[in-house]
Design a protein around this ligand. Structure first.
Ligand code: C2E
Ligand code: MG
Ligand code: MG
Ligand code: MG
Length: 275
């Protein structure tokens, strides 16, 4: 952007901030009604084992369709919901919906559900997970919870205690977006994660960036030495897939195998689903 005098910069910045703040306030307000108005739904993206070339599960991804704002990306509304605390109710809805839907699949595929750091700090989270499993009848081994490292930074002891209780139910726990947080190695050492998900930014850059490729290789070596399977996010091309296979990656997820999509059940055609 063109150089501005300090005064101009501040003016421009503040105008932008007002606009931005108003938009965020609007999102925050609309989010408070979104559950009651039934504006959320889940899409599912397949995860594939590179060892057996079989489907290993699906990640549930939240979508919000607002009548006036249209589709709002989770990258935009989740951080706002975390600030307002609305994520607690939304996150509970996601978990219940994902477990209920997965329980009705004809297969025994796993479902991976994203958990916000805010949810992880709720003292009754393990009880909530347990009661949703009971209520929906989903076998605990079919549920995986994905958490990011940021979840473990602020109140590590409490968060880890909560995760241990969740694991004791038979639910598995994956570390999401690995490599983008802070204390990766320390966190991995303190908690028995069942899976490491390498953040998609590394694979997306791996073609041009030897550094990104080196990081993928290092994470795979780390996973092997800790005995934790590694999944790579963001596989879009055959070249990226080949790289992962060559480097011995365990699992992968990305547009190459499938975009997030509504779960298609047998006997349910597109027309029925849209109705
Ligand atoms: P995430 O958990 O890391 O999910 C993966 C994101 O990468 C998804 O974006 C997915 O659509 C996208 N993706 C998958 N494959 C590819 C690919 O090959 N290339 C590229 N460029 N992208 C790919 P999405 O659905 O927009 O979600 C963004 C983030 O929002 C998620 O990142 C997660 O942090 C958050 N999120 C989504 N649903 C939920 C939810 O139910 N609860 C919470 N707490 N967070 C959620
Ligand atoms: Mg995730
Ligand atoms: Mg991720
Ligand atoms: Mg992410």
């Amino acid at each position: 952007r063109a150089k501005a005098s300090p005064g101009e910069t501040i003016c421009y910045y503040q105008a932008g901030m007002d606009e931005e703040a108003r938009h965020r306030r609007q999102i925050a307000n609309e989010l408070r009604h979104a559950l009651a108005r039934d504006e959320f739904h889940l899409l599912y993206q397949p995860q594939r084992s590179l060892r057996t070339n079989q489907l290993s599960g699906y990640e549930a991804l939240l979508r919000w369709r607002h009548p006036r704002l249209g589709q709002v990306s989770p990258m935009e509304f989740i951080p706002i919901a975390e600030q307002t605390g609305e994520i607690i109710k939304i996150g509970e809805w996601v978990l219940r919906a994902a477990c209920a839907e997965a329980a009705s699949w004809p297969s025994q595929d796993k479902v991976a559900v994203n958990l916000s750091p805010v949810q992880l700090l709720q003292p009754d989270l393990p009880e909530m997970v347990a009661s949703i499993l009971l209520e929906t009848g989903l076998a605990p081994r079919r549920l995986e919870l994905e958490i990011t490292e940021t979840a473990l930074i602020s109140e590590k002891t409490r968060a880890l205690h909560s995760l241990r209780r969740i694991k004791a139910l038979g639910v598995s726990v994956a570390m999401d977006d690995f490599g983008t947080g802070y204390s990766s190695l320390d966190t991995l050492h303190s908690f028995p994660f069942d899976k490491i998900k390498i953040d998609k930014s590394f694979l997306l850059q791996s073609g041009e960036s030897p550094q990104a490729h080196a990081i993928i290789r290092a994470v795979l070596a780390l996973g092997r030495s800790l005995g934790i399977p590694v999944l790579a996010e963001g596989v879009e091309t055959m070249d990226q897939l080949q790289l992962l296979v060559d480097e011995g990656c365990d699992e992968a997820q990305g547009y190459l195998f499938g975009r997030p999509a509504p779960m298609q059940l047998p006997g349910e055609d597109q027309v029925a689903r849209r109705a």
